[in-house]
Design a protein around this ligand. Structure first.
Ligand code: RB5
Length: 162
Protein backbone atom coordinates (compact mmCIF):
# COMPACT_ATOMS: atom_id res chain seq x y z
CA UNK A 1 0.00 0.00 0.00
CA UNK A 2 2.80 2.38 0.98
CA UNK A 3 4.64 1.49 -2.22
CA UNK A 4 1.52 2.20 -4.29
CA UNK A 5 1.13 5.62 -2.67
CA UNK A 6 4.78 6.47 -3.38
CA UNK A 7 4.39 5.30 -6.99
CA UNK A 8 1.28 7.45 -7.33
CA UNK A 9 3.06 10.53 -5.99
CA UNK A 10 6.10 9.92 -8.20
CA UNK A 11 3.91 9.56 -11.27
CA UNK A 12 2.20 12.85 -10.49
CA UNK A 13 5.52 14.62 -9.92
CA UNK A 14 6.74 13.24 -13.26
CA UNK A 15 3.55 14.34 -15.02
CA UNK A 16 3.65 17.87 -13.55
CA UNK A 17 7.38 18.23 -14.34
CA UNK A 18 6.84 17.17 -17.93
CA UNK A 19 4.02 19.71 -18.26
CA UNK A 20 6.27 22.47 -16.89
CA UNK A 21 9.10 21.44 -19.22
CA UNK A 22 6.99 21.62 -22.39
CA UNK A 23 8.56 23.97 -24.87
CA UNK A 24 6.68 27.27 -24.90
CA UNK A 25 5.56 28.62 -28.26
CA UNK A 26 3.94 31.99 -28.88
CA UNK A 27 1.03 31.88 -31.32
CA UNK A 28 -1.26 34.50 -32.79
CA UNK A 29 -3.55 35.09 -35.75
CA UNK A 30 -6.00 37.49 -37.30
CA UNK A 31 -9.63 36.49 -38.01
CA UNK A 32 -8.63 34.70 -41.24
CA UNK A 33 -6.09 32.57 -39.41
CA UNK A 34 -8.14 31.94 -36.28
CA UNK A 35 -9.48 28.47 -37.18
CA UNK A 36 -6.07 27.17 -38.19
CA UNK A 37 -4.53 28.64 -35.03
CA UNK A 38 -7.03 26.71 -32.91
CA UNK A 39 -6.37 23.49 -34.86
CA UNK A 40 -2.63 23.90 -34.38
CA UNK A 41 -3.03 24.34 -30.61
CA UNK A 42 -5.21 21.23 -30.45
CA UNK A 43 -2.91 19.10 -32.60
CA UNK A 44 0.25 19.94 -30.61
CA UNK A 45 -1.29 20.36 -27.16
CA UNK A 46 0.53 17.37 -25.65
CA UNK A 47 3.92 18.33 -27.05
CA UNK A 48 4.12 22.08 -26.54
CA UNK A 49 2.72 24.77 -24.32
CA UNK A 50 1.18 27.60 -26.32
CA UNK A 51 0.89 31.21 -25.23
CA UNK A 52 -2.01 32.43 -27.34
CA UNK A 53 -1.98 36.18 -28.01
CA UNK A 54 -5.29 36.29 -29.91
CA UNK A 55 -7.38 36.96 -31.84
CA UNK A 56 -10.19 35.03 -30.25
CA UNK A 57 -12.72 34.49 -33.03
CA UNK A 58 -13.04 34.33 -36.80
CA UNK A 59 -16.11 36.56 -37.06
CA UNK A 60 -14.68 39.91 -36.00
CA UNK A 61 -12.38 41.40 -38.59
CA UNK A 62 -9.11 42.56 -37.05
CA UNK A 63 -5.86 43.99 -38.38
CA UNK A 64 -3.01 41.47 -38.63
CA UNK A 65 -0.14 43.93 -37.85
CA UNK A 66 -1.47 44.43 -34.33
CA UNK A 67 -1.17 40.70 -33.64
CA UNK A 68 2.17 40.34 -35.38
CA UNK A 69 3.68 43.17 -33.32
CA UNK A 70 2.29 41.82 -30.07
CA UNK A 71 3.85 38.41 -30.71
CA UNK A 72 7.16 39.80 -31.97
CA UNK A 73 7.65 41.78 -28.76
CA UNK A 74 7.43 38.51 -26.83
CA UNK A 75 9.61 36.45 -29.18
CA UNK A 76 12.29 39.19 -29.27
CA UNK A 77 12.92 38.78 -25.54
CA UNK A 78 14.99 35.60 -25.93
CA UNK A 79 16.86 33.88 -28.74
CA UNK A 80 15.27 30.65 -27.53
CA UNK A 81 11.75 31.89 -28.26
CA UNK A 82 9.81 30.95 -31.34
CA UNK A 83 6.44 32.03 -32.68
CA UNK A 84 3.68 31.04 -35.06
CA UNK A 85 1.66 33.68 -36.91
CA UNK A 86 -1.37 32.83 -39.03
CA UNK A 87 -3.27 35.07 -41.41
CA UNK A 88 -5.02 34.45 -44.74
CA UNK A 89 -1.89 34.32 -46.86
CA UNK A 90 0.94 34.39 -44.32
CA UNK A 91 2.27 37.42 -46.15
CA UNK A 92 0.94 40.34 -44.13
CA UNK A 93 2.01 38.72 -40.87
CA UNK A 94 5.55 38.16 -42.19
CA UNK A 95 5.83 41.73 -43.50
CA UNK A 96 4.82 43.18 -40.14
CA UNK A 97 6.97 40.73 -38.17
CA UNK A 98 10.09 41.39 -40.21
CA UNK A 99 10.01 45.07 -39.20
CA UNK A 100 11.32 43.89 -35.82
CA UNK A 101 15.09 43.88 -35.53
CA UNK A 102 15.42 40.54 -33.78
CA UNK A 103 12.80 38.75 -35.85
CA UNK A 104 13.31 36.57 -38.89
CA UNK A 105 9.85 35.51 -40.02
CA UNK A 106 9.42 33.04 -42.86
CA UNK A 107 6.28 32.37 -44.86
CA UNK A 108 6.20 28.58 -44.91
CA UNK A 109 4.16 26.47 -47.31
CA UNK A 110 6.16 23.23 -47.66
CA UNK A 111 8.37 21.08 -45.45
CA UNK A 112 11.33 21.88 -47.68
CA UNK A 113 11.01 25.65 -47.51
CA UNK A 114 10.33 25.40 -43.79
CA UNK A 115 13.49 23.37 -43.15
CA UNK A 116 15.52 25.87 -45.17
CA UNK A 117 14.09 28.75 -43.17
CA UNK A 118 15.64 27.15 -40.09
CA UNK A 119 18.84 25.66 -41.57
CA UNK A 120 19.95 28.75 -43.50
CA UNK A 121 17.98 31.68 -42.10
CA UNK A 122 17.56 30.73 -38.46
CA UNK A 123 13.95 31.89 -38.68
CA UNK A 124 12.36 32.42 -35.28
CA UNK A 125 8.82 32.88 -36.54
CA UNK A 126 6.84 30.74 -38.96
CA UNK A 127 3.98 32.44 -40.74
CA UNK A 128 1.22 30.43 -42.36
CA UNK A 129 -1.55 31.29 -44.80
CA UNK A 130 -4.74 29.56 -43.77
CA UNK A 131 -6.37 30.30 -47.15
CA UNK A 132 -3.49 28.87 -49.15
CA UNK A 133 -2.06 26.06 -47.04
CA UNK A 134 -4.11 23.08 -45.93
CA UNK A 135 -4.19 21.96 -42.32
CA UNK A 136 -2.01 18.85 -42.71
CA UNK A 137 0.69 20.72 -44.59
CA UNK A 138 0.60 23.42 -41.92
CA UNK A 139 1.08 20.76 -39.21
CA UNK A 140 4.02 19.22 -41.09
CA UNK A 141 5.59 22.65 -41.54
CA UNK A 142 5.29 23.40 -37.83
CA UNK A 143 6.85 20.07 -36.96
CA UNK A 144 9.75 20.74 -39.34
CA UNK A 145 10.14 24.29 -38.04
CA UNK A 146 10.43 23.22 -34.42
CA UNK A 147 12.67 20.23 -35.05
CA UNK A 148 15.19 21.67 -37.48
CA UNK A 149 18.32 23.35 -36.14
CA UNK A 150 20.17 26.31 -37.62
CA UNK A 151 23.25 25.21 -39.55
CA UNK A 152 25.34 28.18 -38.47
CA UNK A 153 28.71 28.52 -40.22
CA UNK A 154 28.60 30.65 -43.36
CA UNK A 155 24.96 31.55 -42.68
CA UNK A 156 25.80 33.46 -39.51
CA UNK A 157 27.38 36.43 -41.28
CA UNK A 158 24.63 36.50 -43.91
CA UNK A 159 22.01 36.74 -41.22
CA UNK A 160 24.00 39.45 -39.47
CA UNK A 161 24.01 41.40 -42.75
CA UNK A 162 20.23 41.36 -43.03
C1 RB5 B 1 -7.52 39.31 -44.23
O1 RB5 B 1 -8.60 39.36 -45.08
C2 RB5 B 1 -6.23 39.09 -44.99
O2 RB5 B 1 -5.93 40.20 -45.76
C3 RB5 B 1 -5.10 38.77 -44.04
O3 RB5 B 1 -5.44 37.67 -43.28
C4 RB5 B 1 -3.76 38.41 -44.65
O4 RB5 B 1 -3.89 37.45 -45.64
C5 RB5 B 1 -2.92 39.52 -45.06
O5 RB5 B 1 -1.78 39.37 -45.52
Amino acid sequence: MVVKKTEFILLHVFWITSLINLKKIFISSDHAGFDLKEQIKKKFAKKYSFQDLGTNNSKTSVNYPEYAHKLCKKVSKSTKNIGILVCGSGLGMSMAANRHKKIRAAVCYSVKNTKLSRLHNNANIITLGSRLTNRNTAFKCIDAFINTKFEGGRHKLRIKNI
